[in-house]
Ligand binder design. Structure first.
Ligand SMILES: [Zn+2]
Length: 499
């Protein structure tokens, strides 16, 4: 009887996800219509309101829960040109929270962070930065990713390139250490000494990809320039051709802004006080549109919830979806949820989080819960083979200490699992890069994950028993020789970015 009921529902989930998919439309609205979702930005707020409106259109209750506040900053136009010795518009952008250029362009020459003997020599060199943009990143010897060298280069030239690059990377690290300052303090010292801006290039080891994080400067702009253009400027400076650049950055400060999690809910009928939760962080870095970090995780959870509402509107346990704010600054939204809702946390059957790209889920571990094998295997058994191709399970697995929001729940003893995707070169090409955009989404894989998640959530809801929270005895830490310790709960940063 139950066999039939389950398999009918599974078939209906697959049919709905395949024939009436909302993924493309949701992705277009979120990534292209709204754009990047930096904590504290107006776009983040728009995204929360957008999620609420979608849930409401599907007849699902949702709320925006305020958990803190953050320095609000709105990206504006940033435009970077080389104006001498010849003219070229450069590929680059302001880093998040970077000061603006006061409504005008700054024209100035460049200086490369000097290779000095020690901190005293550095202090003596510092006045040279006055009136200049300071280049603080190393010049990459090649703009070709390793896989390209491997395919086309000789073995000897590939090895030689890697050896040279490692030597240059080490030398650059030493160049910074010899200043006697940390990375951040170095930048502040440059700012204090009259530099007009900081120019960096955080190459992400692929064609056309740079990682775009936050600025450390307080008054002068910080921009990241793509490897190709950064290399051009660097070589011109080195060879005495004195390039000049023009930088305009029009960002706005918004003061402190409230920060939220969006939480959607379908009340349970038999056990309303027990919870099964799906989650994915909602915020992103803002060098692109956060399509795979974590637009795709967001889409999976929204689509799974939409389908469940349509086909399984009276779940046995309560189903929740958590769209977390400020994961990128330290799992803040999910830590706040754990701290603010002990009642839900203590009665959570299971949580499924996804946060490593657009790919099909290929790894599911037991997160260090002793009996996870028993219930996860039972739930997974109802997923047709097609939707768990190449899926590897790891039991008992180990508890996540960080990485993404499932860690916030594991620390509170909740059986919280990471649905881990195959790579699609996530780490180099999309994670926190300027190329994390709609076109990188692989919709068939995202659809696969929505189906998988919906079935797992359904099974966890229907289970006759409560999932065991017994933990494994963690192995001895080989580094310290001490017994392994379960990760501890941590409080979120509730007021961020203000210093
Ligand atoms: Zn992420």
């Amino acid at each position: 009887m139950s066999q039939t009921k389950d398999s009918l529902l599974v078939a209906a989930i697959i049919k709905e996800a395949t024939e009436n998919s909302q993924l493309e439309n949701l992705a277009n609205e979120l990534m292209n219509g709204i754009g990047p979702r930096l904590v504290g930005s107006t776009k983040m707020q728009q995204a929360h309101d957008w999620a609420m409106a979608n849930y409401s259109s599907w007849g699902i209750t949702a709320r925006n829960e305020k958990w803190g506040e953050w320095r609000g900053w709105e990206r504006g136009i940033s435009h970077i040109d080389m104006v001498a010795p010849w003219v070229k518009t450069l590929e680059g952008t302001q880093l998040a929270w970077s000061p603006n250029t006061g409504g005008k362009a700054i024209n100035a020459g460049l200086i490369i962070l000097a290779d000095v003997a020690d901190s005293l020599a550095f202090q003596q060199w510092l006045p040279n930065v006055k009136g200049k943009f300071v280049m603080i990143s190393m010049k990459q010897p090649t703009g070709r990713p390793d896989y390209n060298w491997e395919e086309f280069g000789t073995k000897e030239s590939f090895e030689k390139m890697k050896k040279d690059r490692t030597a240059q990377t080490d030398a650059w690290r030493k160049r910074i250490t010899k200043t006697g300052l940390t990375n951040t303090n170095l930048i502040l010292a440059l700012e204090k000494s009259g530099a007009v801006g900081i120019v960096a290039s955080n190459w992400s080891a692929g064609f056309g990809v740079n990682k775009i994080f936050d600025a450390k400067t307080k008054k002068i702009p910080t921009v990241d320039i793509a490897l190709e253009d950064y290399g051009l400027l660097y070589r011109l400076v080195e060879s005495g051709k004195n390039p000049t650049i023009s930088v305009r950055a029009d960002s706005k400060e918004l003061g402190m802004m409230p920060t939220y999690n969006t939480v959607a809910e379908m009340k349970g009928t038999e056990k309303p006080d027990e919870y099964v939760m799906m989650s994915a962080h909602f915020d992103s870095w803002d060098g692109a549109t956060g399509a795979t970090d974590n637009g795709t995780g967001t889409l999976v959870m929204m689509e799974a919830m939409r389908i469940l509402k349509k086909l399984y509107p009276n779940p046995k346990r309560t189903i929740l979806v958590g769209h977390w704010g400020s994961e990128e600054q330290g799992l803040n939204g999910s830590r706040a949820f754990v701290e603010d809702h002990p009642d839900i946390i203590n009665n959570m059957q299971a949580l499924f989080n996804q946060d490593n790209g657009t790919g099909r889920v290929v790894t599911l571990g037991g997160a260090g819960f002793l009996h996870s094998y028993e219930y996860l295997s039972r739930w997974l058994a109802k997923v047709p083979a097609n939707y768990k191709q190449a899926l590897e399970t790891r039991f008992p697995g180990s508890p996540a200490g960080g990485g993404s929001d499932n860690a916030s729940f594991v620390a509170a003893g909740v059986p919280a699992f990471s649905l881990s995707s195959n790579s699609w070169l996530y780490g180099s090409y999309t994670w926190h890069t300027n190329r994390d955009t709609y076109d990188k989404i692989v919709f068939d894989d995202v659809r696969n994950n929505a189906i998988l998640t919906a079935i797992l959530v359904y099974m966890a809801c229907e289970d006759a028993s409560k999932a065991s929270r017994d933990k494994i005895v963690l192995p001895i830490n080989t580094r310290t020789g001490e017994p392994g310790k379960w990760p501890e709960k941590r409080s979120p940063t509730r007021k961020g970015g203000a210093d």
